[in-house]
Every structure is written in C-alpha cells, then in structure tokens.
Write a protein that binds this ligand. Structure first.
Ligand SMILES: CC(C)(COP(=O)(O)OP(=O)(O)OC[C@H]1O[C@@H](n2cnc3c(N)ncnc32)[C@H](O)[C@@H]1OP(=O)(O)O)[C@@H](O)C(=O)NCCC(=O)NCCS
Length: 171
C-alpha cells in the first residue's frame, strides 16, 4: 500500500454552539464535544485508509476552556501515526467568540481507530508520513503513546474480567 501524508486525512468541522447542546451554565456539554471529536476523528481515519473503521480507544480528553453558547467550535483532526491495522488521530477543538474573534483551544485528544473488514476484523492500513514540523512532532511521540495505550488496554481487560457482567460484582 502506498504511504500517505498526514495532511491528506485532515478533517474539519465547525458548528455553532446552540442551546440544546449547552448545560445550565450556558456552556457546551462535554459529551457533545466528545461526540464531535469522535465524529471528526473517524472521518480523518477513513480518509487515510479508505476503509471502514471502529474507534478502539480515546485517550483522556481534558476540557481546558468552557465553550459558551453562541461561540463556534471548530474540531480539526488528522492521522499522525499508523502501525499495522491501527491509526492514531490527533484532534484539536478551538472555540471562537464570533463577535470578537477571540479563540481558545478548548480541548485536545488522541484517538485510535482500527480499520476493519465486513466481519469487523482488523485489516492493514497504509503507512502515514509527516511533512510539517507539528506533524513530525506528533509522529515522533506516537510509538510511546501506543505503548502506554497497550498497557492501559491490558489493565482494562483485567478489570473487565475481575468485575464480570452481573451485579453484584463477582469480586
Ligand atoms: C478494536 C478491535 C477491532 C480490535 O480487535 P482485536 O481482535 O482485539 O485485534 P487486536 O488485538 O489484534 O488489535 C488490532 C489493532 O488494534 C489496536 N488496538 C486494539 N485495542 C486498542 C486500544 N484499546 N487502544 C489502542 N489500540 C488498540 C492494536 O494495538 C492493534 O494495532 P496494530 O494492528 O496496528 O498493531 C476490537 O477490540 C473491537 O471491535 N472493539 C470494539 C470497537 C467499537 O465498537 N468501537 C466503538 C464504536 S465504533
């Protein structure tokens, strides 16, 4: 498979922050922002590999700034790194006061997507290569992040086995 640049997967979505998406503080619900993040990141992953994908994991999302009703929220995502069947996607969410032009980074996150076939089994993806300085920076740190995710996944599996599917928990 031919290698593809990070930039070819770039996906961007800008939305108005409207009342149904806000809480009683008049700011964007965290869950709505996470849905935007997953949506745009998935588009970037599919753009990279041109295959169906599933979200394998989302690294911690830190909500750095409240996003006020009436602001816009712009979510940008691109593939930073690939292994065999998985792709790391970096996402940045920027809130903008449309009347003043004031912008703030509201959140950043890394998500991992896995390309799958019609039976939802993992399939290989093309390699990605960085071009810009920021792409190189993200690409270089990715192997270490993937290692940490792998450890976290094993830990999550241990937890799942420990607690089981029924209540009361079978500890
Ligand atoms: C993600 C999934 C396809 C992995 O399948 P699997 O049979 O466990 O496959 P593997 O263990 O061989 O992992 C396949 C790849 O996914 C990566 N991966 C799996 N779980 C991961 C996780 N939690 N975080 C990061 N990467 C993960 C592996 O590192 C591997 O990457 P590589 O091929 O690039 O080396 C499977 O766990 C799944 O379907 N999960 C549910 C996905 C889902 O429903 N998402 C939400 C809705 S889209």
């Amino acid at each position: 498979m031919e290698k593809r640049p990070c930039s070819s997967s770039l996906a961007v979505k800008t939305s108005h922050v409207l009342p149904p998406d806000t809480n009683y503080h008049g700011t964007l619900f965290g869950g709505i922002l996470m849905a935007h993040i997953d949506d745009v990141a998935a588009i970037a992953a599919v753009r990279h590999c041109r295959k169906a994908v599933v979200t394998a994991s989302t690294d911690s999302v830190d909500f750095l700034e409240p996003v006020k009703q009436g602001n816009s929220i712009c979510v940008e995502a691109f593939v930073t790194w690939t292994r065999n069947t998985s792709m790391e996607v970096f996402v940045k969410a920027v809130a903008e006061d449309l009347l003043t032009g004031d912008r703030k980074v509201a959140a950043t996150a890394f998500l991992t997507f896995v390309a799958v076939d019609e039976n939802l089994r993992p399939v290989p993806v093309p390699e990605v290569y960085p071009e810009s300085e920021s792409e190189k920076y993200l690409h270089e740190g990715a192997a270490l992040r993937a290692e940490r995710r792998s450890e976290r996944r094993n830990y999550s599996k241990e937890f799942a086995a420990k607690f089981g599917t029924v209540y009361p928990w079978n500890m």
